[in-house]
Design a protein around this ligand. Structure first.
Ligand code: ATP
Length: 369
């Protein structure tokens, strides 16, 4: 069993800096958990506390049923893969992978079996006699993974393992790691600041900011139902469009007014704004670029959903087009069909899919609906 439990985990560095504040998380066996967030938010610190490389200032860390706060790293049954994979340059791939096992005095024939099995999983069988300098970046990264795999740990900790690779290789290795997770059936905790990596790899994602967990959820829920403005802005590319709007409650109807534009909210979105007493208050309206349409039929059919803007940038990405424009002083992006005739400089009407609108409290930054 390789479940993990982090209860009220805190980290205060000797200089008094609080890097992690009241971190709570239950990780189930075989989960692929991602810690994501901007630089300095405390991802690596949390991972290093789990590894035992950093002292825990407060709270309880359990691996399985055992409290491991004071257990030595080597006795925690975990393996860590860093961004700097630090292979021994004078050793072959085989010896790099076998090294840890030799230190632990594992019998030679068993070492041979374990290394060959890891090489098979990672497709390194033909490279076992090479030295690291004769390998590509991706191959080196796989050797580093191999070194972790041969130890057969219950938990893998990975700190930005792909950040030294070029874009193409990163995408390739991402798929490899996904497959690896399935093959190994191990629990993986993976740190990244790259939200695409987080969204594609994780079974659950922990979004952090300033040492505080913002939301823990599946990739889909994070995308569709962000709990606050930070998560809404951090997950998704291009970013969710956000604009300040004044809320007007008129009986059972609710309008959001952005400058001179009035958006009539559908019935499904009204109640929390009415019940929450938001009449007359400024809120933040959010909508993802793929829910901003430029097609005429929608614009005609839903007049209460229409905004207008002047296109500042037209970006063709092959299968889709991003139209960047301004509405009432707020920068917006629409992700539309390449058949669009809109071009830079045009003044264009757009229809918002109002069922997909998010509304946030401007003060607390928490989602209202
Ligand atoms: P990055 O993506 O840049 O690696 P991160 O989210 O992994 O960032 P951490 O490395 O966990 O962030 O650092 C969290 C905060 O703690 C940062 O503000 C960092 O400056 C601070 N920090 C890290 N190590 C120490 C230390 N030894 N003493 C004091 N502060 C530290």
């Amino acid at each position: 069993m390789a479940s993990l439990s982090l209860q009220h985990i805190n980290k205060t560095y000797p200089n008094g800096f609080e890097a992690v504040k009241d971190f709570n998380l239950e990780i189930e066996d075989k989960e692929f958990i991602i810690f994501v967030g901007p630089s300095g938010c405390g991802k690596s610190t949390t991972l290093r506390m789990i590894a035992g490389l950093e002292e825990i200032s407060g709270g309880t860390l359990k691996i399985g049923d055992k409290v491991v706060n004071d257990v030595e790293p080597k006795d925690r049954d975990i393996a860590m893969v860093f961004q700097n994979y630090a292979l021994y340059p004078h050793m072959t791939v085989y010896d790099n992978m076998a090294f840890g096992l030799k230190l632990r005095k594992v019998p030679k024939d068993q070492i041979d079996k374990m290394v060959k099995e890891a090489a098979r999983i990672l497709d390194l069988e033909k490279l076992l006699d090479r030295k690291p300098k004769a390998l590509s970046g991706g191959q080196r990264q796989r050797v580093a993974m191999g070194r972790a795999i041969v130890r057969e740990p219950k938990v893998f900790l990975m700190d930005e393992p792909l950040s030294n690779l070029d874009a193409k290789l990163r995408v390739q290795m991402r798929t490899e790691i996904s497959k690896l997770h399935e093959r190994l059936g191990a629990t993986i905790i993976y740190v990244t600041h790259d939200q695409t990596e987080a969204m594609t790899l994780g079974t659950r994602i922990v979004v952090m900011k300033d040492g505080i967990v913002q939301q823990v959820d599946t990739p889909q829920n994070l995308y569709n139902a962000p709990k606050n403005l930070f998560v809404a802005g951090f997950i998704g590319s291009p970013q969710m469009n956000m604009m300040d709007a004044v809320c007007h409650v008129k009986g059972s109807e609710v309008e959001l007014v952005v400058g001179g534009t009035t958006i009539a909210l559908p019935a499904s979105k009204r109640k929390p704004l009415i019940d929450g007493g938001y009449d007359g208050k400024t809120v933040v309206m959010g909508i993802r670029p793929e829910h901003v349409y430029d097609d005429e039929a929608r614009i005609q059919a839903f007049p209460g959903s229409v905004i207008e803007g002047k296109i500042t940038v037209y970006e063709l990405l092959g299968a889709e087009v991003y139209l960047y424009f301004d509405t009432e002083g707020f920068p917006m992006t629409a992700r539309v069909n390449p058949r669009t005739t809109a071009r830079t400089g045009d003044v264009v009407k757009f229809s918002l899919d109002l069922e997909k609108i998010h509304v946030f409290d401007k003060e607390t930054e928490q989602v209202i609906t």
